[in-house]
Write a protein that binds this ligand. Structure first.
Ligand code: GCO
Ligand code: MG
Length: 403
């Protein structure tokens, strides 16, 4: 028995908000879990402090599965992003502790390394096709083997994935949601042009990805997939809103472009139909929003049965703690596909010292015991929470649309 003696939530904003759970055990080992839910940070913090921590203290930190079941099965109101992010934070911290107790990096506890490193994709974006392609060339020079392309759309003032900052993309840019205008008709023709220009400039020895961010109808998505086929994209992500998995039956009938879905999923039940009917090629759930290592492993095992590979979400709103844990998972998981990698700011990296590193288009989680990510609490305290919301989208006539 390794008794949990204390647990607390740390909220910090080194450029953006992060919620971290720290679990202490008798004997001094501690573990960290990421509990950040972009734009809804305080809801998870409150769920942890009000409902989870009081029931966690005194339990055996070694009983990871039982604790997971206790908070999942034991809650009458199951699932949802708030609950599952809170459970994920507990689970990640407990895996961190177990690996530290063994004196091993987490991937060794999961089953050892299945590969030498984790292929990642970087984010190239620009206000025009030319700017995006130039940015992609920069990523190619930095050694990336896979690049996501998002470009501004003529006639739209702003669009998903195109940032002011080149290092990262932070859509949660105001205390209340910024309103942006969307037109699928304006967007659709630009994507194939972007991919055509990118193939011409970058060649074929590089993977190219694109995120549709839940905005299209199924038939529009089918057509976009078909338009992109000549340029052999690695994937088209979140073509339609994720809550209707059956839409992917229609998309699948019309295109052989590989499809990726799942960053907003929080349970295996969200992904079940898409996986079992082989409607997608990559499942994008990650450690944080999908119930921790324990639950992500279950999703990946189901996916493996159907030839679906992993492609963990890795935007900057997932803290380095989530990234570290995801990289251990990626290094082990047999059906690994790719890992998203949006670099954190220097302030964030300073608050979360970590063992993972980038080399030759891949990340490696490092050999530190546990998941290899810590928090400098003194520094974290210098960055108090700042309210920040994700934007919303309206069509040109004012109708609310998906962001
Ligand atoms: C991605 C995502 C992000 C999300 C963000 C929301 O593919 O990385 O779509 O950019 O919009 O994580 O919080
Ligand atoms: Mg996405």
């Amino acid at each position: 028995m390794l008794k949990i003696t204390d647990a607390r939530v740390i909220v910090t904003c080194p450029g953006r908000n992060f919620v971290t759970l720290r679990i202490e055990t008798r004997g001094g080992l501690h573990g960290l879990g990421d509990a950040t839910l972009n734009g809804r940070e305080l809801a998870v913090a409150s769920y942890l402090t009000g409902h989870i921590i009081p029931a966690l203290i005194g339990r055996d930190a070694q009983a990871i599965e039982d604790i997971w079941q206790y908070f999942y099965r034991g809650a009458y109101w199951r699932r949802g992003p708030v609950t599952m992010s809170a459970i994920a934070a507990v689970d990640t911290a407990l895996w961190d502790i177990k690996a530290k107790q063994a004196g091993l990096p987490l991937y060794q506890i999961l089953g050892g390394a299945s590969r030498t490193g984790v292929m990642v994709y970087g984010h190239a974006n620009g206000s025009s096709i030319e700017e995006t392609v130039a940015e992609a060339q920069r990523y190619q020079t930095m050694g990336y083997r896979a690049i996501r392309l998002q470009s501004g759309v003529p006639g739209l003032a702003a669009t998903y994935g195109v940032s002011r900052d080149k290092l990262f993309y932070e859509p949660a840019d105001a205390a209340l949601p910024t309103e942006t205008i969307w037109s699928s008709a304006k967007y659709l023709p630009t994507v194939a042009k972007l991919f055509e220009a990118a193939r011409e400039a970058l060649g074929w020895d590089i993977h190219l990805l694109h995120d549709g961010h839940h905005r299209l109808t199924p038939i529009e998505a089918g057509r976009l997939g078909r338009d992109l086929e000549p340029y052999r994209p690695f994937w088209l992500e979140d073509a339609t809103p994720a809550e209707n998995p059956a839409a992917f039956r229609l998309i699948r009938q019309h295109t052989t472009t590989p499809l990726a879905v799942g960053e907003v999923f929080n349970s295996i039940w969200d992904a079940k139909l898409l996986i079992e009917e082989q409607l997608i090629d990559y499942i994008r759930t990650t450690v944080l929003h999908a119930g921790g290592i324990t639950h992500l492993r279950r999703i990946a095992s189901l996916a493996d049965l159907y030839g679906v590979r992993t492609g963990c979400h890795g935007a900057t709103d997932l803290s380095p703690v989530c990234m570290g844990a995801a990289l251990h998972f990626d290094l082990w998981v047999p059906n690994f596909g790719i890992q998203e990698y949006m670099r954190h700011s220097a302030e964030t990296d300073a608050v979360f010292p970590h063992a993972y590193s980038f080399n030759d288009g891949a990340l490696h989680p490092g050999e530190a015991p546990g998941h290899g990510v810590d928090i400098d609490e003194k520094l974290a305290a210098e960055y108090p929470y700042r309210p920040a919301s994700l934007p919303i989208n309206r069509l040109e006539d004012g109708t609310m649309h998906n962001w």
